[in-house]
Design a binder for this molecule. Structure first.
Ligand code: T5A
Length: 206
């Protein structure tokens, strides 16, 4: 069973990833929690490349780097964990590439990117995806504290239109894959969101 969490930067999904992973562990599941890009030696190295503000990365190269990190993560960690009966909780998966590089950067059309991502993951896809939805300005306000302390990463230098396009791309993805997606209102209190997600996840794992 694979769960993934999606949404624009600052939506609160990492907070919810931790909550769901904890609930699943308490319920006795063997949980692998991973983030994208990252989760493997190669993936973490690619993450450093992608988020480093000193690098000028072409949009297509960016899409391929996110995808390369994902291919490694799927083969090295996700597939073996699922095959051994465990549950995987992903902080982002291929929908991030479709929303950010497809919607935000407009590097290629969504149908092409979706098809490409199926090849990248060899058909592995989440059983459930939670889209934590917040208005762009709410997300920006939430991130402002961290940005003031540590600065923006390379992705966070994009302008507001980029975030609007990415957010809209997520909405379209959630409609297109309505069976897999559950959209949660990320402006609600953390505990309320976690409760709603757990109630859905519990049913799915039973
Ligand atoms: N990317 C990634 C792509 O462009 N393409 C891809 O294919 C992939 C995989 C990754 C970057 O790469 C991009 C997306 C990103 O730009 P990252 O550092 O991993 O960079 O960034 P994020 O995944 O966006 O993770 P963040 O941790 O920055 O943000 P989250 O997960 O959205 O939010 P979270 O949970 O850390 O919360 C942010 C703040 O809000 C508060 C938290 O306490 C925290 O301060 N908060 C709430 N406040 C009020 N109410 C709630 N309900 C709250 N929930 C959390």
């Amino acid at each position: 069973m694979i769960f993934s969490f999606e949404g624009i930067d600052g939506c609160g999904k990492t907070t919810q990833v931790a909550r769901l992973a904890e609930r699943l562990e308490d319920a006795g599941y063997d949980v692998l929690r991973v983030r994208e890009p990252g989760g493997t030696d190669l993936g973490e190295a690619v993450r450093d490349l992608l988020l480093d503000t000193r690098r000028d990365i072409h949009d297509m190269a960016e899409m391929l780097l996110f995808s390369a990190a994902r291919a490694q993560l799927v083969t090295e960690r996700i597939v073996p964990h699922v095959q051994s009966g465990g549950v995987v909780v992903c902080d982002r998966f291929f929908d991030s590439t479709v929303a950010y590089q497809g919607g935000g950067r407009r590097v290629a059309d969504v149908a092409w990117l979706y098809d490409f991502q199926r090849r990248v993951t060899a058909g592995v896809e989440p059983d459930r995806t939670y889209l934590v939805r917040v208005p762009v300005d709410v997300a920006a306000t939430r991130l402002s504290g961290r940005i003031a302390a540590t600065g923006r990463d390379r992705m966070e230098h994009a302008d507001r239109d980029f975030w609007v396009r990415t957010s809209e791309a997520y909405d379209r993805l959630a409609e297109r894959a309505a069976q897999r997606y559950r959209v949660v209102d990320g402006t609600r209190p953390v505990d309320d969101i976690a409760r709603a997600i757990w109630s859905d996840a519990k049913e799915l794992t039973n």
